[in-house]
Every structure is written in structure tokens, then in C-alpha cells.
Design a protein. Structure first.
Length: 355
């Protein structure tokens, strides 16, 4: 937990003797352990103005008075080593607000802060127990899944393994190897087509981030409408996310920190709202993924080619699935391509199209 979340300034209290009393300074963990049958022991911090740690009296009157004064005078202060579980919240906008606080050094939100991240946590715990060390390094991507070779993808195409994977309708398709799959995909998206995108290892966590994605043109709501209606088969109001080259993020969004895991929902700059209408929420925000070409080279190339074609360094993207888990294998990607109404799929260096 962090050092401070909310600060109560006793100097602003009109009745300090009734709700606050000076005490000796104790470690925060010790104070938080103190609970009584009469109520919760409230710890009120004001270290940044040089005051002593203060606490509320363990009486109903003291707790009630302290609560009232907190509501009146609570201020957002410096945050250090703050942890957010995300329970009972709509986190994307809240995380963006937290990231904007310049006094929150080392801000980091993991891509799989749920049961999905338990294997990674267990591996780190085992490493720590065996070596006594805890690796600390920046996490700029989460493409930790298996990377399928061109030979494996070619075998799936030739054998049409997807026919036995799930029970769904099948449509004939053709495929060919492309020398520059990113450029080909960018041109198709600029022409208004919706494509599946299967590249490299899959993502850790619940979000598709350019390895198992469906991509479309963000410049019009026609793309988002078509995705919801004929591909994802879900409610028409469901939004989609923009993936933008990291160097352009602050120009198009009120965002000055990286968002590689699509966990922040900043406002779209007013002069760009109409230019990417397909990915803007009703409140003017968007759940942004910033793409670093060093972390996702082929994905970054695709967005750069689309930028050169359209002047927009953004693509609309969503997870590569249709009412089932995100695709993992080449066979699963081909099965989903055949089942939903995608125009094409880029699976590795292969372009798959309907016959």
C-alpha cells in the first residue's frame, strides 16, 4: 500500500479538540492494525506539511466528526507505491486520472491484475524463494504466448484443421504468402475492410493488443457498427479501442504517459474527435493502446503504413474472437475467420481471403 492516499489537514478543522488529538508518531502498519469494537481506528496523515500524525478518538462522536471533516477537507496528495486492486470500480478512467497526477512516481498498472496473472506471480514467487532475488524491470509488452512458425501456420492452412476445432459453418477461402503483410493489411483497412490479425505470441491478460486482434478503419462509425452487428454479434453501443503509435499519442489524446496495455481511457483531443469517430466513447474518451514499434514491430509497421495512407496514426482494434475465448492457435484463427464475416485474415505472413 502507498504512504498516503488522502490527507486531512488539522489546521483547517474548526473544532480540532473534538475530533483530533496529537499523539506520538507510529508506523502506519501498526496504526492500521488497531481496531476496536467501538469503531474503526482512523489514521489521518499530514506528513507533507510537517504536522505530527493525528488520529481520531475511538468514540462514535470522534469518528463521526473526523468523517465529516475528511469529507470537507480531503485533498489529493503525493502518492507513492500505491496499489489498486480494481475491485468495484470502472478502472480505465480512474487509472488515467491517477496517471495524470505528476506526484505519483513509478505509476504502473499490470496487464493481468486478476486471476489471469496468477501464473506470472507464482513464477516470480518461486524465483524469489530459490534465488533470494526479485527481478525488477520495466514491462513494455505482454506478448508471452507461443509464437507459431510459418511452417506451422502453413500446415494449418493446408490441412484446414479448423473444421474439427468447433462446430460452425465453413466457407471456402484462398490464401497466399505476402512479402510485406503489414503494408497489405494497412491498404485493406484504408479501403474499408475488416481483417483478423494473428502475429507472434499471444497476449497475457484479457486484452488483445495487436497479436490476436481484429482491425478496422477508425475514421468512421460504419466500421464499429459493422463489427458489432455482423462480426462480434453484440450490442450496438459497445465501443472499440484505438491503437496509436506511441509518438503520436499526446497529440491525439490527453495522454502523456505510455498505455501499452490499454488500461487508460483519456479524453480525445477535441480537434480529433471527428477524425476517429469509430473509437470515441459517448463521453469523449477512448481506451487507448500506445504501440511501441520496438515491442511490436509488425503491428507498428501496419499502423505506420496506415498513417502514411490516411494521415491518421490510429487503427480500430478489438479482440480476435466471436463470443468465445480469444484465438490462440492458427487453426482457431482460421475457424473464427470462417465463422464470422471478416473480409480477410493476416495469419503470420499469410493473407487469407474468402473465395
Amino acid at each position: 500500500m502507498g504512504d498516503v492516499l488522502v490527507m486531512f489537514d488539522p489546521s483547517r478543522c474548526s473544532t480540532p479538540k473534538r475530533c483530533c488529538s496529537s499523539t506520538t508518531t507510529r508506523p502506519r502498519s501498526e496504526l492500521h492494525r488497531k481496531k476496536t469494537k467501538r469503531g474503526i481506528f482512523l489514521t489521518l496523515f499530514s506528513p507533507f506539511i510537517g504536522a505530527n500524525v493525528r488520529r481520531a478518538r475511538l468514540t462514535r462522536r470522534g469518528v463521526k466528526a473526523a468523517k465529516g471533516k475528511l469529507n470537507e477537507h480531503a485533498d489529493l496528495v503525493e502518492l507513492k507505491r500505491w496499489r489498486c486492486t480494481g475491485r468495484r470500480t470502472a478502472p480505465h478512467s480512474a487509472l488515467w486520472l491517477l496517471a495524470r497526477v505528476e506526484r505519483a512516481p513509478g505509476y504502473f498498472a499490470p496487464p493481468a491484475a486478476s486471476d489471469r496473472g496468477q501464473p506470472l506471480g507464482c513464477a516470480l514467487y518461486a524465483w524469489h524463494r530459490l534465488t533470494g532475488e526479485l527481478p525488477r524491470r520495466p514491462l513494455s509488452s505482454d506478448y508471452f504466448g507461443r509464437d507459431y512458425t510459418s511452417e506451422e501456420i502453413g500446415q494449418a492452412l493446408r490441412r484446414d484443421l479448423c473444421s474439427g476445432l468447433v462446430e460452425r459453418r465453413r466457407t471456402p477461402f484462398t490464401w497466399r504468402r505476402e512479402s510485406d503483410i503489414a503494408r497489405t493489411a494497412a491498404q485493406m483497412i484504408a479501403d474499408g475492410k475488416i481483417i483478423g490479425w494473428f502475429q507472434g505470441g499471444s497476449e497475457l491478460g484479457p486484452r488483445a493488443l495487436g497479436a490476436r486482434s481484429i482491425l478496422a478503419d477508425p475514421r468512421t462509425t460504419a466500421s464499429s457498427d459493422a463489427l458489432n452487428q455482423r462480426i462480434k454479434h453484440r450490442e450496438p453501443f459497445r465501443p472499440f479501442a484505438p491503437a496509436i503509435l506511441a509518438d503520436h499519442a499526446s497529440t491525439w489524446f490527453d495522454l502523456d504517459v505510455p498505455s501499452p496495455f490499454m488500461l487508460l481511457a483519456p479524453p480525445v483531443r477535441p480537434d480529433h474527435v471527428d477524425r476517429i469517430a469509430g473509437v470515441v466513447h459517448v463521453d469523449g474518451t477512448a481506451r487507448v493502446q500506445t504501440v511501441d514499434p520496438a515491442a511490436a514491430p509488425t503491428y507498428g509497421e501496419l499502423i505506420e503504413h496506415f498513417h502514411q495512407l490516411t494521415g491518421v496514426p490510429v487503427v480500430l482494434h478489438t479482440s480476435f474472437n466471436d463470443r468465445e475465448p480469444i484465438v490462440e492457435t492458427p487453426a482457431h484463427a482460421l475457424a473464427t475467420f470462417q465463422a464470422c464475416d471478416l473480409d480477410a485474415a493476416c495469419v503470420g505472413e499469410y493473407l487469407v481471403e474468402r473465395s
